[in-house]
Design a protein around this ligand. Structure first.
Ligand SMILES: [Zn+2]
Length: 231
């Protein structure tokens, strides 16, 4: 359902006619929805699955600066004029989304203050997330950043198993897989998570929260701002 995406729910509440402008899109793990440097022509609203916004470096490294799920509006900054994508939008898992042609969304933003307000909230939250995770990557340790990532992913998947492998996690956090494995192992030994083949389940949210850096709370506030988007 379109309303499973929080942003799309707010947009449709502001103008029900937007429901006629969206089409369903199946996301497959590894798909790139929008490539960095590309001109954005559609905005995607996931209803399930995880989408990582990454900076792909010339060396082949690819580090995450935002993680989205059903709170996401992938490419939304284009609706306020930033049409060239600064990041790659990579499907980390299979999932579903809806998409809307950018010209339709821009027309709605320009014509309707209520739509512009929703986009304003979304874009502020996205900029906040990018800045905060950039600083987190530079300052906070791998264990705290791993806890931050798992907590946010757990929120976005409503506690369902997270279908992401250890190699993906290392790449997204900008560290070698050999550093991630023992950290996951110790979280598993403490029964905070259970690790399967390309699948991680959070068992003890409080235990994970005890290990996270202050960035989780900061990102959570940004996310709450989006949940409470006025309509
Ligand atoms: Zn941090």
């Amino acid at each position: 359902l379109p309303t499973q995406n929080l942003v799309l729910r707010a947009l449709i509440a502001a103008d029900p006619r937007l429901r006629a402008e969206i089409t369903p899109h199946v996301m497959r793990k590894g798909d790139v929805l929008i490539e960095a440097g590309q001109t954005i022509d559609r905005v995607y609203f996931p209803t399930s699955g995880l989408v990582s916004s990454t900076i792909p470096f010339e060396s082949g490294e690819e580090v995450e600066c935002m993680l989205s799920g059903r709170n996401g509006a992938i490419g939304a900054l284009a609706a306020i004029g930033l049409e060239v994508a600064a990041v790659r939008s990579l499907c980390l898992t299979d999932g579903h989304s809806w998409s809307m042609p950018l010209p339709r969304l821009r027309a709605a933003v320009e014509a309707q203050p209520a739509i512009a307000t929703v986009l304003d909230y979304v874009c502020r939250a996205q900029v906040h997330s990018g800045l905060r995770i950039g600083a987190c990557n530079a300052v906070h340790g791998t264990a705290a950043r791993l806890a931050r990532w798992l907590l946010l992913a757990n929120d976005l998947t409503d506690g369902a198993p997270i279908a992401v492998g250890q190699e993906d996690l290392g790449r997204l956090l900008g560290v070698q897989r050999s550093l991630i494995n023992p950290l996951l192992g110790s979280l598993q030994a403490a029964q905070v998570i259970s690790v399967g083949r390309a699948r991680i389940t959070v068992l003890d949210r409080a235990g994970l929260s005890a290990k996270v850096c202050s960035c989780h709370a900061s990102l959570d506030v940004a996310s709450r701002v989006m949940v409470n988007i006025p309509t």
